[in-house]
Design a protein around this ligand. Structure first.
Ligand code: NAD
Length: 302
């Protein structure tokens, strides 16, 4: 099986690298954090002493790093000089569209094929190999990245040319942030108007107010399917990461000249929630901020 260099073995990359190793790939892993590297070795990867060493002779390079500046730094300083030109380069981090395009352009000019392939799904999906990948790049890049991404996910979708994976990811998450905030508001208002929350859920989930935030990720404990709301808003998708994605969306909207008032409102709300200490809570926990006095009526509790 192909040799894959994997750089960035944090919350997401750790599980993804383990799934590649499980699928039979020869994974050469590198992370600045020794504990992260040790965990990857325990889970089937081979430790590389540096990012350069990981890239040497690699047939593919996968990166899962915090933000655009890390991605630009790692590719410019290491990957584009240390990897063979025949290697397919795959960045799975969530970063700004402009940096994604710039790094892909530089990779292309240096003779590489590179794709951006950000993910939908959190730590549990990274562990379980059930991520959805949104891929930006050429048809050839998509074809070459596909088997590697398939070993880490349940769906691999070609979004378009360079940067399109990042564009799809932030448009989706802007919509998610706005619908979650609106869903929380609707539940708070429903409660204040004396509605039984399960009854409101039964009505709205079958009416025109229905959304994924309502029916798959209900922010009210004891209502709808089991969600982070039922676990005190722990686990799930951290509000700080939702804020990061909303900031990326607003940055892209400014540079594209798009009018996104609802996205802007969602960004402000999540900024306030994070400032008040909600950053590590699941993003549906914003319902607590929308109504500080919120208490789930006893009859709605599971
Ligand atoms: P993380 O901070 O847990 O992991 C990032 C890892 O990169 C760390 O282990 C860090 O040591 C390493 N790193 C940083 N700079 C490096 C360098 N120069 N060389 C080698 N290693 C380096 O972050 P995460 O939660 O795994 O997220 C990774 C990416 O995935 C982010 O872009 C995030 O927005 C995106 N994402 C996260 C989630 C989630 O639920 N955590 C969901 C979807 C997308």
């Amino acid at each position: 099986m192909a040799k894959v260099a994997f750089i960035g073995l944090g919350n997401m990359g750790g599980g993804m690298a383990a799934n590649l190793a499980k699928a039979g790939y020869e994974v050469r892993a590198f992370d600045l954090s020794q504990p992260a590297l040790d965990r990857a070795v325990e889970r089937g990867a081979e430790a590389a002493t540096s990012a350069e060493a990981a890239c040497k002779d690699a047939e593919a390079v996968v990166t899962m790093l915090p933000a655009g500046k890390h991605v630009a730094e790692v590719y410019r300083s290491t990957v584009l000089t240390a990897a063979p030109k025949s290697a397919i380069l795959i960045d799975c981090s969530t970063i700004d569209v402009a940096t994604a395009k710039a790094v892909e352009d530089e990779a292309g000019a240096a003779g590489f094929t590179m794709v951006d392939a950000p993910v939908s799904g959190g730590i549990a999906a990274a562990e379980g190999g059930t991520l959805t990948f949104m891929v930006g790049g050429s048809d050839d890049g998509f074809e070459r990245a596909h088997p590697i991404l398939e070993a880490m996910g349940k769906a691999v979708i070609h979004a378009g040319g360079p940067g399109s994976g990042q564009a799809a990811k932030i448009c989706n998450n802007m919509l998610l942030g706005a619908t979650m905030a609106a869903t929380c508001e609707a539940f708070v208002l429903a409660e204040k108007l004396g509605l039984d929350l399960r009854t409101f859920y039964d009505i709205s989930s079958k009416a025109s107010g229905q959304s994924w935030s309502m029916t798959s990720y209900c922010p009210v404990p004891g209502v709808g399917p089991d969600t982070p709301a039922d676990r005190g808003y722990e686990g799930g998708f951290a509000a700080a990461l939702m804020l990061k994605d909303l900031k990326l969306a607003m940055e892209a909207a400014r540079s594209a000249g798009a009018y996104t008032p609802m996205g802007g409102e969602a960004e402000e709300l999540y900024q306030r929630f994070v400032d008040r200490g909600g950053g590590t809570k699941d993003f549906s926990g914003i319902i607590k901020m929308i109504d500080d006095s919120w208490e789930v009526p006893a009859e709605s509790a599971k």
